[in-house]
Design a protein around this ligand. Sequence first.
Ligand SMILES: O=C(O)c1ccc2[nH]nc(Br)c2c1
Length: 162
Amino acid sequence: MKKIAVYPGSFDPVTNGHLDIIKRASKLFDKLIVAVLYNPNKKSLFTFEERVELLKEAVKDLDNVEVDSFSGLLIDYCNEKKVNAIIRGLRAVSDFEYELQMAQMNRQLNPEIETVILTTSTKYSFISSSLIKEVARFKGDISNLVPDVVLRKLNKILCGGD
Ligand SMILES: O=C(O)c1ccc2[nH]nc(Br)c2c1
């Protein structure tokens, strides 16, 4: 029986921290679905379509990883895709309380689906999508913190560069 996990998020944009979790999870499961949350009410720098395309490019060399999207309750998406686990990343202790609350609620909604929390490499523990965007807005060097495809897109959006 193939074991399938889903790694949900807004990925606005995908960072090297996200990719660290994706690579770790892809070694633990037969298939990993990276699921982009579609939430038109949430203001984002990258469009939903851009976020999906950036992820597809970032994970293209990972054979058992696919990119999808969902809206509404994550657990409903999990039931529909028949996944066995939800993957979440932990960068620092500050992530723990929220992730624990979400894990307990998802267990309440479907006890058959486990939440698997993976810790990021310490070199990514300070990275968040919002901080990346903030630093990039002021032309700070984030080249080691995001996939090349994201760096190029950020330059294009923020500096009008090619
Ligand atoms: O980029 C973010 O906002 C964000 C949030 C929460 C997160 N947990 N693990 C990772 Br990697 C991570 C990234």
